[in-house]
Every structure is written in C-alpha cells, then in structure tokens.
Design a protein around this ligand. Structure first.
Ligand code: SF4
Length: 526
C-alpha cells in the first residue's frame, strides 16, 4: 500500500504518536516498516563487542554492551592509547540512533509522490536496471550520467566496495564527503608534504616547547584529545591558541589571539616575514629541505607588524609577541579544520606549512604539523585499478556535477552525503529535481530522503564489521555486535550486491569485510 509521507508530516505524526498513540494500533514508523521502539527492558546477560566510532578521525574505540540482541551502551576502551577510554557525546549517540523509533528500516520507492515499501532485492534490481539502461544509452560517456556523493563511510570496506562498483560502471564522479569542509587542508598537505596527514603524532605535544592551536578548537571538536592538552599544560608546554572566538579550548591555553575571521593567512605571512628578516631560521636546513624560499621572502616582505595589525585587527604588541614565540623550537602547529573553510584556505595552510618548514619544525621530536583533517592511508585507487582496471575518464568536482544536474543530464545519482553541506543549498535542491533517478542510503526521513526516488536503509557501525583508520595512522577493526533491523544493510553489502548484479563475471570475489580487508592488504602491502 502506498502512503504519502513528507518530513513535515512525519514529524507531526511522530509528535502525535508520542502524545497519545495512534488509532489502529500502528505507529507511523511501523506502518512504514520503520524501527520498532524498544519498549522492553533487557534482562539477558551482557556481552561486550569491540568496535570504533566512525564519526571522526580520533577514531575512539569502544566496547559495545550487548544485551538481548540490542546495544544498550558503549563503554570507551581504556586501552586506547590516544583517547584513554574517552568518547564524546556524538559517538555515544550511536546507542540512541541505532534504537531510534524514527529509524527507517525498509526500502521505499517513490511512486507518483507516494512512498511504496519494496524489498531489498527489488531495490537492488531496480538500481541495476536504471544503471544498465544508462550504460546502454551513453556507452563510453556514462561518466557524465551517473555519480555518487560519498557519505562519511563507517568503514573502509564500504568505500572500497562502492568504488569498485562505480569503476566497473565507468563512473569516476565520486564526491568525497569532505569536498567542502576539509579539502583545502588535506589537498595542501598532499601537494606540499606528499601525504594528507599530520607530520607527527599527538603524544609529541609533550615534547614541544610551544604548541600552537591555530583555529583548532580541540576541546569542543575532539574532546578525547583534551587529555593531551592537559598533559602538555601540566608539563609546562606553552599553548598558544589562535581563534577568532573564545571556546572551551581557550581554557586549556596559556594565551589566545583573536584575529578577524579569514585573516589567518596575513598573520602567518607576518610571522614568516619576521623569521626571515631576523634570521631566525637555519639557512642550511632551508637550502636542503625547501624550494621557493626567495619567492616566499618576496611574497611576505610587505607584511610588517603594522600592516598585519590593520588586516587582522590584532594590536601590534600581540603580533610581536607571536613573532617572538615562533622563534623558539621545538614547536607543533595544530591546524584547525576551520582554516579550510575560507576562500583563502589553501594559501593560508600553505603559509603555515612554510612557517613550520623554515623554522625546522616540520618533523622531529616535539615538532610537526597536527591535523585531524587527513590521515587517510593511500592505496585505494591502486587497489581499484588492480581489481577493476584503470579509470577511463576524469572525475568532476561538485560544481561541475551541479552543472550536469542543472542541465538534466544526470540519470542516476547515489546521494549518500547530505547535500545541505554545500553552499547554495537551494540551488542544489532545485538541481536535484532534474536528476532522473536518485538513490539515497540513510537512516531517517531527512531532506535527502525526501529528495530521492528510492530509499535503501543503511546500518550503524555496531551492525557490521569492518576496518578504519585514525588521525594517528592507526588501523582499527570492529566486529559486528548486533543484527540490523528490518532490511537495513551496510554499504559494502549494497554496493557488492549491485556490482555482482551488473557485472556477475567481473566484480571481484569477496564475501564480507574481513575478506575484502585481506584482499586489500595482499594487493596493496603497506
Ligand atoms: S571524538 Fe570522534 S571518534 Fe571519538 S566519539 Fe567523538 S566523534 Fe567519535
């Protein structure tokens, strides 16, 4: 039976159900095949299953407490060297999300504006049919007609499975979730240092003389790492915080400087100028390890303390204090994600890398650049090349993808991440209306669900095994703790099933994340 259900009506119905129950005995969630509210207190024995939080690269590990087939709580893993067993509220919310009565647990197809429940097998068949039709129609030009926006994959095997399917389809338009929010930092680190990751590990802050948190609000964004700030402060490390607003990280710092938003690059140029003008660098090291030093000197020469003061709004005395601070080594500079979100993000991060480079603080004990924005191990492109053959086309960025959508030339879009993250959300919403078929994998009735033609419910991390990586370049593994409700399936399963359906002879042979992990490990030895 088809049922009309918008997000607005869904919320209203949810409120009505919460207020007094619904006539007919079924909640709106049940009528849509959604999660059944857990209404019985668990009584059975508790087992513990080790896992990790997929929501950020601190990658906290936990022990899921499982009782009567349900995750009843997550306990941070005290054996985790980096977190000491802490987790933040976002990670802890997995327990609430996984058992939420609002969770959608069955595939739904939109037919004439109304939702119709279908089976998972029917959903996979339908997607395969749409993709096969597009492949037949466009042949080698398929890349302009199928695209995927990546979610924050909850394990690496999800991503590998999807990339293999997309590669066989002939589509390389796979938009990473961080294209808007972190790509300045990760790309700049890759371009200038050869890897999109920190050049140190967080424990090294204890060996630094100075730790500069540049736009890095560690306490609020990565709470488990606050312990490192605390230990550093107790050890006498000078913690300098540069951020245009007061945050909880201010409490953990010895001093804070508050430049105007978006003027961090000017401040960095002023500091570089000071280092060069006063000779507070090792010329032999600069000669040996850097290129373009003379150009850097020219670029920075006009950034006097007075000019930097005008641009940043910081008093000259504060700029001079910072100039003195960067003369002292060893130092670690912690890049905040916010630096990526200005239009001058790349140049700002480039300047900060240069500052650490010319002062000899890129690598070594108590030296380095910390970032929570990169850290992804290399190798997936090589792996997908080895498994499925090299890509026959170039991927496009989101702006070009948007142009394709606006033109109405996109036939199938795997809409996994939130389109609300992109600037011009309205424009994206309108463009989505011109996509012929949108598949969304998600959990709840959200704008992306409303925008799609086919919804296929996904799983939360305790419902599937898999591996991941963290900011300290650690690899973690989790075991499946509980079965997913209804027809929710992990991403690796959906993309594997779709790949097998479309390319029964060509899709690489593996059954589960453990096998895929092994396949990757053997193909791309570290
Ligand atoms: S700090 Fe990051 S990894 Fe840890 S619980 Fe929070 S979101 Fe998850």
């Amino acid at each position: 039976m088809a049922t009309k259900l918008s997000r607005r009506s869904f919320i209203k119905l949810g409120a009505a159900a919460a207020a007094g129950g619904l006539a007919g005995g079924l909640t709106p969630q049940q009528s849509q095949g959604m999660g059944t509210p857990p209404n019985l207190l668990p009584t059975g024995p508790i087992t513990q299953v080790k896992g990790f939080c997929p929501f950020c690269q601190v990658r906290c590990t936990y022990h899921a407490q499982v009782q009567d087939g349900r995750v009843v709580s997550l306990v941070g893993d005290p054996g985790n060297r980096w977190t000491g067993g802490a987790m933040c509220p976002k990670g802890m919310s997995i327990v609430e999300l996984i058992g939420s009565p609002s969770r959608l647990t069955e595939p739904m197809l939109k037919v004439n504006g109304e939702w119709k429940k279908i089976s998972y097998a029917e959903a996979v068949d339908l997607v395969a049919e749409k993709v096969a039709a597009a492949m037949k129609e466009y042949g080698p030009k398929i890349n302009e007609h199928v695209a995927l926006t990546m979610p924050l994959w909850d394990c690496r095997e999800n991503e590998l499975a999807a990339l293999m399917t997309m590669r066989l389809i002939g589509c390389v338009n796979n938009m990473p979730a961080g294209e808007v929010c972190i790509s300045s930092a990760s790309n700049t680190l890759s371009w200038f240092l050869g890897a999109n990751t920190s050049t140190t590990t967080v424990n090294e802050v204890l060996n630094a003389h100075t730790l500069i948190l540049w736009g890095a609000n560690i306490n609020e964004l990565y709470p488990p790492y606050t312990r490192w700030l605390e230990m550093a402060r107790d050890k006498g490390v000078r913690i300098i915080y540069i951020d245009c607003r007061k945050t909880r990280s201010s409490i953990w710092s010895n001093e804070q400087y508050m430049p105007r938003p978006g003027t961090d690059g000017a401040l960095a140029f002023g500091l570089i100028r000071h280092v060069i003008e006063t000779g507070a660098y090792d010329p032999a090291l600069v000669e040996r390890t850097t290129t373009g030093f003379d150009e850097l000197r020219d670029d920075c020469k006009d950034y006097t303390p007075e000019r930097v003061s005008e641009l940043t709004g910081l008093p000259v005395e504060q700029i001079l204090t910072l100039c003195k601070a960067v003369e002292v080594s060893p130092s670690i500079l912690w890049l905040g994600g916010s630096l990526s979100r200005y239009t001058n993000g790349i140049q700002t991060i480039r300047a900060l890398i240069s500052l650490q480079g010319i002062t000899g603080n890129l690598i070594g004990s108590g030296r380095g650049i910390m970032t929570m924005e990169g850290g992804k191990p290399e190798g997936e492109k090589e792996f997908v090349d080895a498994m499925c053959g090299e890509a026959q086309a170039q991927g496009v960025n989101f702006r070009r993808l948007l142009a394709l959508m606006k033109k109405g030339s996109l036939d199938v879009l795997f809409l996994n991440s939130s389109y609300r993250r992109y600037p011009d959300t309205k424009g994206v919403r309108e463009a989505l209306k011109k996509v012929k078929f949108i598949v969304h994998r998600g959990f709840f009735m959200e704008p992306e669900t409303e925008a799609c033609d086919l919804f296929i419910p996904a799983t939360f991390s305790p419902e599937s095994s898999g591996s991941h990586y963290g900011a300290e370049k650690q690899v973690v593994w989790r075991n499946k703790a509980v079965d997913a409700p209804g027809a929710c399936v992990p991403d690796w399963q959906f993309y594997r099933d779709l790949g097998r359906k479309l390319f029964p002879d060509r899709y690489p042979k593996w059954e589960d994340p453990a096998e895929l992990y092994e396949l990757f490990r053997k193909t791309i030895p570290s």
